[in-house]
Design a protein around this ligand. Structure first.
Ligand code: 13P
Ligand code: SF4
Length: 315
């Protein structure tokens, strides 16, 4: 089938089966184009919670589809490729994490949404990169905290809030591989372009960034900025939305420096138009979860969404 035929077939199946397609900014552009909502992890979790369609097709990675199922368990949740994992989720196994947590019984656990449902069930509060700083600031100063699994995001939050959260030793392999030296070279060649970076990047890179924020925060920054050119340190999928929203602005990436071709998330890119079509047609692969796990993992996610509303981060 040609791409046009696949597109038409997906739209027809979506209508006939009363499905909604949620897509992350890091998805292939042809998937973003077909999605009913494209967003960051936080916005997509909220959309999943509110979804009334019979089927939610989650075009993102496994922990995102799992979060959708946890928040809206009566819906059928599909993920085009079950292998679409995440290095952060992979770095934090439930048995290891439970042992670590047991060593620090006086600490509360905040987990970045990029983790398995089992880790969420062991957590007191979930965060995303879009709300982590504000959620941590809202907690009492003397509250001891374990932050898992992203040591880069956790380290960044520690630095900006002055906290001393205990960090799990996980990284996003995509953002962690981006090098400050390469960014500095791009900066020297493009002095008019501010550097915008995702907080999953390593500390040395964040040190040379002019703006640090989640995917959605980066998009807002670009829209409001007077600059016309930007050096972007995050996964390449987001360039589609950046260019769509700002057709007259220019985006420079590590790829332009030829020093790094590491800025594609192999997990995110596993989802393709063909797999999206087959998944809607066959209603498989489906996220199936144990009810007890859903209940245990739901509490800290709902707490995150409630706190995010109270703090005015989401409506
Ligand atoms: P956000 O969508 O929260 O910015 O997260 C980026 C990411 O790496 C998702 O896997
Ligand atoms: Fe995980 Fe990084 Fe890929 Fe996001 S970009 S899914 S954090 S590996």
């Amino acid at each position: 089938m040609s791409n046009n035929n696949i597109r038409e077939a997906i739209l027809e199946l979506k209508k006939r089966k009363n499905a909604v397609i949620l897509g992350h900014y890091y998805q292939r552009h042809e998937i973003q184009e077909l999605s009913d909502y494209v967003g960051d992890s936080l916005a997509l979790a909220q959309k999943a919670q509110e979804a009334t369609a019979d089927i939610i097709v989650f075009c993102g990675v496994h922990f995102m589809a799992e979060t959708a199922k946890i928040l809206n368990p009566s819906r059928k949740v599909l993920l085009p490729d079950m292998e679409a994992s995440c290095s952060l989720a992979e770095s934090c196994k439930a048995s290891d994490f439970a042992a670590f947590k047991a060593q620090h019984p006086d600490h509360m656990v905040i987990s970045y949404v990029n983790c398995s449902a089992e880790i969420k069930a062991l957590s007191d509060l979930i965060c995303t990169s879009g709300n982590a700083e504000k959620l941590v600031r809202a907690l009492p100063d003397d509250q001891k905290i374990i932050f898992a699994p992203d040591k880069n995001l956790g380290g960044y939050i520690n630095r900006v809030t002055g906290r001393n959260m205990l960090l799990w030793n996980g990284v996003c392999t995509v953002h962690d591989a981006m090098q400050a030296e390469a960014i500095l070279q791009l900066k020297a060649a493009n002095p008019d372009a501010p550097v915008i970076a995702h907080p999953e990047c390593n500390a040395a890179l964040l040190e040379v960034a002019d703006f640090i924020g989640s995917t959605k925060a980066m998009l807002s920054f670009i829209k409001k900025s007077d600059s016309h050119r930007f050096i972007v340190a995050t996964e390449t999928g987001i360039l589609f939305e950046m260019k769509r929203e700002n057709p007259d602005k220019e985006f420079i990436t590590l790829r332009d420096d030829k020093s790094c071709a590491c800025d594609d998330c192999a997990y995110m890119k596993l989802n393709t138009l063909e797999k999206l079509y087959e998944c809607l047609r066959d209603e498989s692969p489906e996220i199936v979860m144990d009810e007890q796990l859903i209940e245990a993992a739901k509490r800290p996610i709902v707490r995150m969404l409630d706190m995010s509303k109270t703090l005015g981060i989401i409506k």
